[in-house]
Write a protein that binds this ligand. Structure first.
Ligand SMILES: Nc1ncnc2c1ncn2[C@@H]1O[C@H](COP(=O)(O)OP(=O)(O)OP(=O)(O)O)[C@@H](O)[C@H]1O
Length: 274
């Protein structure tokens, strides 16, 4: 059974540990597998290793022990062109959007194709017509077709993040990694972004790993939640199994010390203006 799961998984962490130069152990013996179609939230207190986990997948951070397998390759061993190719299969969505603000919305979306182009065509911005058509279709899907020629810097935070999603999707990624995608947004924009993330990823069968600080959002959207505490996975299961005692283990404190989550559907609807 374990072998079957590993065979169909797109991403596997096999006993991964990350120790930074200052001695901090940010990931401790982490093992997990991600399968197509999963929408996984990673929760945990500040400093528990969520960003380290996400960034080690595209080797922005090198791990110390263990192996990470992504799309059939051992990421830990990849260098140069092979590493770039592997990264082109990973869509990243950032808290601060990482757009080029003085370029147009369309050009920012097209940047997602750079990893698939030869150096000179990419430098000159000579995108094939098919890519441009795809970019417009994605802008439409994001409700941004009217903003294609606007400067990305002039958009609202929620609109910028929608550009970020379109840029990640146009890559044709095999996984989406989202590092606190709604941390800079108001609750109503956050809902739009979570809805779009989930629908665009699920429609295409792309697995999604999302770092979140909002437990209620994680519970509402995820097919699976991973809870980190001090670099260790202390919970890996369905949202329904995330009890108060599990939350206390993840956050290392009594539930009464946690900012009240939005616990029932009615409260959620009020907070997120459903
Ligand atoms: N470049 C670095 N050098 C040294 N220590 C680091 C470095 N990056 C992160 N750390 C440490 O590793 C631990 C995990 O950090 P990480 O950013 O992965 O946590 P996080 O759960 O994403 O936190 P947050 O929710 O605040 O973003 C923390 O103790 C942090 O101080």
């Amino acid at each position: 059974m374990l072998l079957e799961n590993q065979m169909e998984s797109i991403l596997t962490f096999d006993h991964v540990t990350k120790r930074y130069g200052n001695g901090v152990c940010a990931l401790k013996d982490v093992s997990l597998s991600v399968r197509p179609g999963e929408f996984i939230s990673i929760i945990g207190p500040s400093g528990s290793g969520k960003s380290t986990l996400l960034r080690s997948i595209n080797k922005l951070i090198s791990t110390t022990e263990g192996n990470i397998f992504f799309d059939g390759e051992n990421v830990s061993a990849l260098r140069g062109g092979k590493l770039r190719k592997n990264r082109s299969k990973i869509g990243m969505i950032f808290q601060n959007y990482n757009l080029v603000y003085n370029l147009s919305v369309l050009q920012n979306v097209l940047h997602g194709r750079l990893g698939h182009m030869s150096g000179i065509r990419g430098i000159l911005g000579l995108y094939p017509e098919a890519d441009k058509e795809k970019a417009w279709t994605l802008l439409e899907e994001m409700g941004l077709e009217k903003f294609g020629y606007n400067k990305a810097g002039n958009l609202s935070g929620g609109q910028k993040q929608r550009v970020g999603i379109a840029r990640a999707i146009i890559q044709d990624p095999k996984i989406l990694l989202c590092d606190e995608p709604i941390a800079s947004l108001d609750p109503s924009s956050a809902k739009v972004i979570m809805d779009l993330l989930k629908s665009t990823a699920q429609k295409r069968g792309i697995p999604c790993l999302v770092n979140l600080h909002q437990v209620d959002v994680a519970m509402r959207y995820s097919t699976r939640i991973i809870g980190l505490h001090a670099g260790e996975i202390v919970f890996d299961g369905e949202p329904e199994s995330l009890s108060d005692s599990v939350l206390e283990r993840i956050y290392g404190t009594s539930i009464s010390n946690l900012v009240a989550g939005v616990s029932d559907e009615k409260d959620w609807q009020q907070a997120y203006a459903v």
